[in-house]
Design a protein around this ligand. Structure first.
Ligand code: FEO
Length: 170
């Protein structure tokens, strides 16, 4: 049995990760409509990764005989006014998700739930990578995005991203 608060936060995180997937699908759709298929690919893979994250929380709860409760997923709510606005919304969202992971970690720490802390270690590292990726994307866009050739090259680079399953297996 997990601590009730830890269990509740882990359960909420399933919803947050599925919302993240939904948000990135919205980003992917935004870039598809603009004809920037590389950016669309990058965010489509991002959406797949978020679904994987949700499933890891789902399985972790089930493996610990905890009840899983699935709630409604909110509508993507970021205003997609420009390419840069989308990229910045992505970074802002990842920073928010990092704060959620930290909150669960703190709750687990409070009750000496070392198993959950160990499970979350993977997510702590993953969030560092996600924030770095989001920051890199903004930097590249600032450097090259205003030039059509630069944007074309960046779009091609992002189009080469390939999905790979998470390294954490439960
Ligand atoms: Fe599941 Fe992008 O954090």
């Amino acid at each position: 049995m997990l601590n009730a608060k830890v269990s509740e936060l882990l359960n909420q995180q399933i919803n947050k990760e599925l919302y993240s997937a939904y948000l990135y699908l919205d980003f992917s759709n935004y870039f598809s409509e603009k004809g920037l298929d590389g950016f669309a690919n990058w965010y489509m893979i991002q959406a797949q990764e978020e679904r994987d994250h949700a499933m890891l929380f789902y399985k972790y709860l089930q493996n610990n005989n905890e009840k899983v409760t699935l709630e409604a997923i909110a509508k993507p709510d970021k205003s997609l006014d420009s390419d840069m606005a989308v990229l910045k919304a992505g970074l802002e969202h990842e920073e928010y998700v990092t704060s959620l992971i930290n909150d669960i970690y703190a709750a687990a720490y409070d009750v000496k739930d070392f198993r959950t802390m160990q499970f979350l270690d993977w997510f702590v590292k993953e969030q560092g990578e996600e924030e770095t990726n989001a920051n890199d994307l903004i930097s590249k866009m600032e450097l090259f995005g205003s030039d059509p050739k630069g944007l074309y090259m960046l779009n091609s680079e992002l189009g080469a991203r390939i999905y790979s399953a998470p390294s954490l297996v439960l």
